[in-house]
Every structure is written in structure tokens, then in C-alpha cells.
Design a protein around this ligand. Structure first.
Ligand SMILES: CC(C)(COP(=O)(O)OP(=O)(O)OC[C@H]1O[C@@H](n2cnc3c(N)ncnc32)[C@H](O)[C@@H]1OP(=O)(O)O)[C@@H](O)C(=O)NCCC(=O)NCCS
Length: 135
């Protein structure tokens, strides 16, 4: 299986919404806001197999020192095939010199993030103001 990675490439609303729906992420219900959020991101990386969008992740950044990774998702039919790892490697290649690369890991994604180089942030606790189950 060949995974094609694109950085800040063109994305159609329909394929993005379909990917988010496949993972049950509620931002699929706000397509305008979702597309605007991706448009406003510092970097968006897409993973494609046979041109089909199977993975997406984005980065928010000050452009110099700190980057935060809010979204990382892969279509369930393509889990454990290396799509997530390839997308995160592409992010690392852009942000490797930054002082901090930060994310909040969903409990089920911790093994994945550990395997791509992230570790628990010392004794810190993630904190947020959160609207229900929104992704
Ligand atoms: C988390 C997620 C993005 C991982 O993407 P993926 O393409 O399936 O991951 P990869 O195939 O690149 O996995 C790389 C490595 O991560 C680890 N890993 C990935 N998924 C794992 C799982 N479910 N359990 C244990 N280890 C896992 C493994 O070490 C794996 O390497 P291996 O397959 O050679 O053993 C994907 O499962 C997903 O989209 N989940 C739903 C959305 C989500 O939870 N996103 C994160 C929100 S914080």
C-alpha cells in the first residue's frame, strides 16, 4: 500500500467531512467551521491511498518556538497501516527544531503517540475549557 503525504494541499469539504464522520468526530457536523479551521492552521497534512483521503492532521503554531497538534485522525479501515506515523513524521520534519511540540492525547491514542516519539509532559496536567464531546 502506497501512502501519499501532502502538506497544505487542496482539500475538498466532502472528503474531509467523510473522514471525520468515519471516526465519529462531531466537527463533521460543522463543515464550514471545520474547513475554516483547517484553512487557518499553520500546517495541514493529508494522507492519501489511491487518491482517497484516509488521514489528516493539523498544527497550530507561533511559527518559531511552539507547535500544538489538535487533530490527528485516520479512517478506521486504514488503522495500523502506518498512515498516522507517516503524517506525524512529516510534521516532525517541519517542526523538529521547535522548543515544544504539544498535544493532548486521547486515552486510546497514547500508544500511538508514544510510538512516534511523544512522552507524558513531566508532572504537568492537561487543562482545558471544553464544549462537551467536540472534536
Ligand atoms: C491514533 C491514530 C491516528 C493512529 O493512526 P494509525 O495510522 O492507525 O497508526 P500507525 O499505523 O501509523 O501506527 C504507528 C504505531 O503506533 C502504535 N499504535 C497505533 N495504533 C495503536 C493501537 N490501537 N494500539 C496500540 N498501538 C498502536 C503502534 O506502535 C504502531 O506501529 P505498529 O503498527 O508497527 O505496531 C488512529 O488510530 C486514529 O485515527 N484513531 C482515532 C482518532 C484518534 O484517536 N486520534 C487521536 C486523537 S488525540
Amino acid at each position: 500500500m502506497e501512502i501519499e503525504i501532502t502538506v497544505n494541499g487542496k482539500l475538498e469539504e466532502e472528503e474531509v467531512v467523510s473522514l471525520y464522520q468515519s471516526n465519529g468526530w462531531s466537527s463533521a457536523e460543522k463543515p464550514k467551521e471545520l474547513m475554516a479551521a483547517l484553512e487557518g492552521s499553520h500546517t495541514v497534512i493529508a494522507g492519501r491511498v489511491d487518491s482517497k483521503l484516509v488521514g489528516l492532521c493539523n498544527a497550530l503554531s507561533d511559527g518559531h518556538l511552539v507547535v500544538y497538534y489538535p487533530h490527528m485522525l485516520v479512517h478506521p479501515n486504514f488503522h495500523r497501516k502506518g498512515v498516522g506515523r507517516k503524517m506525524m513524521e512529516a510534521m516532525h520534519s517541519i517542526y523538529k527544531e521547535f522548543h515544544q511540540q504539544i498535544l493532548i492525547a486521547d486515552g486510546r491514542a497514547i500508544d500511538f503517540y508514544n510510538s512516534v516519539g511523544f512522552s507524558r509532559a513531566g508532572k504537568s496536567e492537561p487543562m482545558w475549557i471544553y464544549q462537551g464531546n467536540e472534536h
